[in-house]
Design a protein around this ligand. Structure first.
Ligand code: KG4
Ligand code: ZN
Length: 341
């Protein structure tokens, strides 16, 4: 049994995974209410909330699973990247648990966790594969060459895709985090009414950029407000549909390029934005078009959770890795250097 913790951002997540890969507990205490008045995550509020809740979240994991701390054989926690104060709470709690019970401790890179979120499915591929990780903090393409060997193929030059959803949602007056809300409103809209730019479309780079799209969205919101006052109903739905279309096509254009360039057989998706229904649908279509198998985690394991951290830790334990209790926390750290933590 692995006890895993993720406190990298605004969710206190604790999970227990058993030997057979079955999820025995999957607790996520979100802080959305606390951050909502500010339209984004406030780091100081986040770390204080983790501190107040991490023990309760862990107790809840034991209560719901009927397991006891003595059943745990290893403890894992996200050590990078993320909000430094928030990471520290989860890592120190995990180290304390491990030390008190003389158990191995495994530090997991948050992106490696997102990459492994779909590993509960028996069809999850062995390396090599291409991975797209899109969340509130990251938008990047990786080549996973072998277990624990990642090459960053491209990443965002400015905002992450989830950040663009959240910021545009805020301009529209939608509640934080806005990605899911925009996705739902977009289902009712016409994606062809408002056409937004697809950045770096004709460039050979595998990088992303969302700041131009964000500016185009802001200008369109201002124009609509001047013309018709509050943006609501059909105009809002069409706006959301057009915006979602642009984000999804921006993401998948580079995925296609990366898969073709590296002659990939498998594509793995992860991160909160992968909960987006259009991205899920279009990624599967793209896979069929270019002959690549596409692996998408269940929606609740796209957004931050600790099951994905447990799955990544299991792979590391199986390979004989464990971390020192002296392992620090890092606000940013490339995944390319995670071979031996
Ligand atoms: O992976 P995650 O939970 O946290 C980070 O590691 O950042 O991702 C959160 C992000 C937020 O920006 C949220 O708006 C976005 O994922 N998100 C979505 C959807 N559900 C969550 N974006 C688009 N469509 C969704 N359905
Ligand atoms: Zn995340």
């Amino acid at each position: 049994m692995i006890l895993a913790i993720d406190t990298s951002c605004d969710d206190s997540a604790v999970a227990i995974l058993d030997d057979a890969g079955q999820v025995r507990a999957d607790v996520v205490l979100t802080q959305h209410e606390a951050h909502r008045p500010y339209g984004g995550v406030v780091p100081e509020i986040s770390s204080r909330q983790h501190l107040a809740r991490i023990a309760a979240a862990t107790c809840q994991a034991f209560e719901t699973s009927g397991l006891h701390p003595r059943d745990i054989k290893a403890v894992a926690a996200t050590f990078a990247p993320g909000l430094i104060g928030s990471l520290l709470v989860g890592v120190q709690f995990a180290k304390g648990f491990a030390q008190a019970r003389s158990l191995p401790f495994i530090g997991v890179h948050h992106i490696e966790g997102h990459l492994m979120a779909g590993a509960g499915n028996t069809e999850f591929p062995q390396a090599p594969f291409i991975a797209l990780i899109v969340s509130g903090g990251h938008s990047a393409l990786y080549a996973c060459e072998a277990n624990f060997q990642f090459i960053t193929l491209g990443e965002t030059r400015d905002d992450a895709a989830g950040e663009a959803f959240d910021k545009v949602g805020r301009l529209l007056g939608l509640s934080y985090p806005a990605g899911r809300v925009i996705d739902e409103l977009a289902q009712l809209g016409d994606e062809k009414r408002f056409i937004f730019p697809i950045a770096l479309k004709n460039s050979t780079t595998l990088d992303y950029s969302f700041s131009g799209l964000k500016t185009a969205a802001r200008l369109k919101i201002e124009e609509l407000r001047r013309e018709q006052g509050e943006i609501k109903e059909q105009a809002l739905w069409d706006f959301c549909a057009g915006f979602r279309y642009a984000v999804v096509h921006t993401l998948l254009a580079k995925v296609k390029l990366a898969c073709q360039r590296r002659d990939a057989k498998h594509l793995v998706l992860g991160g909160g934005v992968v909960a987006n229904s259009l991205l899920r649908e279009k990624a599967l279509e793209l896979g069929k078009e270019i002959g690549v198998s596409v692996h998408i985690p269940p929606k609740n394991h796209c957004v931050d959770n600790a099951v994905m951290i447990a799955r990544a830790a299991r792979q590391r334990l199986d390979a004989g890795f464990k971390s020192e209790l002296s392992l620090g926390v890092f606000a940013s750290r490339p995944i390319d250097c995670e071979k031996n933590i």
